[in-house]
Ligand binder design. Structure first.
Ligand code: KIV
Ligand code: ZN
Length: 502
């Protein structure tokens, strides 16, 4: 199977997404993860754009050893020299130089003739070759360029020493059939095209970036430029995870693979989302929260019987531990029982039937059914969760120059207990006091605070997840005092653990 190179431009084109800028430390973190993911080329930035970009490219070039490190440069001497300087520490460096080839850009932006553009492209490639053997040339706005001129430019830059020629759909204008034809045309008509790798770089203005990239691969492209989560200028670039998983899922169709370690995809997606603040939409292909979540009863039943009925990829292959059955009004008994089992509840058939009826009733009223709703429901079926631990009192001292201290009074069974503890913050002090009073061995896996209403008098809701001996329980607490809400959440989870242990 031929290998298609993955050129990741999350740190360059991806960073051009409004609001997605990253500092140097963040870029390094992403670059290291891209290395673990197995991308062939990391485009680390555009060094002439700013001193920060220069430093980031330099740092990536210095620290990241596996992939080729690329830097972008317009077809201008100063850009190319700056890119070369930033790439100096790289083990394998690529200078990526570009100039527009479409008449629209020539006339309105560059104010250059075709001949002048051709000469600038050739000169840029020649200069870049003085610094590295690995030079990529991009014909910006290639898909709106005249095909004969594009052929002429490709031939000339390859002759000048470009080993990769990129045919960007800069404005996301093309469609798969047309792009396929263009790549085939170049491969057939440019006499020295076999001396270079044809690369594609698609923007998503019409939502076709991935489809166009895949069409180009079928036409013979050997490199795809893409970004994690599809971030990038305007509507973004082709999403790396979608291109890679399409090739993996349909090997007979594409007869092409990549070097990507797909199990690293999810982690990379989440890292980029966290760092850029660009949320991954829940229904995003491959990495969205719902990509492996099944709600419809028929689907849930099918997946529980045989995964491949409704899943074309295995979540584990992307690095997601397992598919999620989302319980809602469309869910069936099979999924309901499976989820309860995961939560550690084994009900008799009769109990299950009654609990399922309650669940259906609840699902009609509530959009999302969370695990704690199920637990409450089962608790009602099996008898309420007894409040073995009860919060009787809590007082906190805390301040700018004071170590936070919590004094907690609890009821444990029929005993009343007090404890005073210090901590790194008021919540930490409170939790330490509760731990001392209950002797719990559970680990706090999650702590979340939400404001339920707006304003400073808002009711705060705290959710916690505790784990003990492989069992996980959630606890909730709400109060206008956020520390009290946190204490209540912890105690409610401890009561559930106590119930499970008996
Ligand atoms: O979209 C584009 O044309 C680009 C080039 C610089 C490759 O990002
Ligand atoms: Zn681009």
């Amino acid at each position: 199977m031929r290998i298609v190179r993955i050129f990741d431009t999350t740190l360059r084109d991806g960073e051009q997404s409004p609001g997605a800028s990253m500092n140097m430390a963040e870029k390094l973190q992403v670059a290291r993860q891209l290395e673990r993911l197995g991308v062939d080329i990391i485009e680390a930035g555009f060094p002439i754009a700013s001193p920060g970009d220069f430093e980031a490219v330099r740092a990536v070039a210095q620290e990241v050893r596996g992939p080729v490190i690329a830097a972008l440069a317009r077809s201008r001497e100063a850009d190319i020299r700056r890119a070369a300087e930033a790439l100096q520490p790289a083990q394998r460096a690529r200078i990526h130089t570009f100039i527009a080839t479409s008449d629209i850009h020539l006339k309105h932006k560059l104010r250059m003739s075709r001949q002048e553009v051709l000469e600038a492209a050739v000169a840029a490639v020649r200069l870049a070759r003085q610094f590295t053997d690995d030079v990529e040339f991009s014909a910006e706005d290639a898909t709106r360029s005249h095909w004969d001129f594009l052929c002429q430019v490709c031939e000339a830059v390859i002759k000048a020493g470009a080993s990769t020629v990129n045919i960007p759909d800069t404005v996301g204008y093309t469609v798969p059939e047309e792009y396929y034809e263009l790549i085939r045309h170049l491969l057939e008509k440019v006499p020295n095209m076999d001396k270079a790798v044809v690369s594609v770089h698609c923007h998503n203005d019409l939502g076709l970036a991935v489809a166009n990239s895949l069409a180009a691969i079928r036409a013979g492209a050997g490199q795809v430029e893409c970004t994690i989560n599809g971030i990038g200028e305007r509507a973004g670039n082709a999403a790396l995870e979608e291109v890679v998983m399409a090739l993996k899922t349909r090997p007979h169709l594409f007869e092409a693979d990549t070097h990507i370690r797909t199990q690293e995809i999810y982690k990379t997606s989440r890292l980029v989302s966290k760092i850029t603040g660009m949320v991954v939409q829940p229904n995003k292909a491959v990495v969205g929260d719902n990509a492996f979540a099944h709600e419809a009863g028929i689907h849930q039943d099918g997946v529980l019987k045989e995964r491949s009925t409704y899943e074309i990829m295995r979540p584990q292959d992307i690095g997601i531990p397992q598919s999620r059955l989302v319980l809602g009004k469309h869910s069936g008994r099979h999924a309901f029982r499976a989820r309860l089992r995961e939560l550690g509840y084994e009900l008799t058939d009769e109990e299950l039937q009654r609990a399922f009826e309650r669940f259906k009733h609840l699902a009609d009223q509530k959009k999302y059914i969370f695990d704690e709703d199920l637990e409450a429901l089962v608790a009602e079926e099996l008898g309420q969760v007894p409040e073995y631990y009860q919060l009787l009192d809590l007082s906190i001292t805390s301040g700018l120059k004071q170590q936070p201290t919590a004094s907690v009074k609890l009821k444990a069974g029929d005993k009343e207990l007090n404890y005073l503890s210090h901590g790194d913050g008021p919540v930490d002090a409170t939790y330490k006091a509760i731990q001392a009073l209950t002797g719990t061995r559970s680990a706090l896996k999650k702590f979340e605070v939400k404001g339920i209403t707006g304003g400073t008098d808002a009711l705060g809701e705290v959710s916690v997840v505790l784990e003990e001996d492989g069992r996980t329980v959630r606890g909730h607490g709400a109060d206008t005092d956020i520390i009290v809400a946190a204490a209540k959440a912890y105690i409610s989870a401890l009561n559930k653990l106590k119930l499970r242990k008996g």
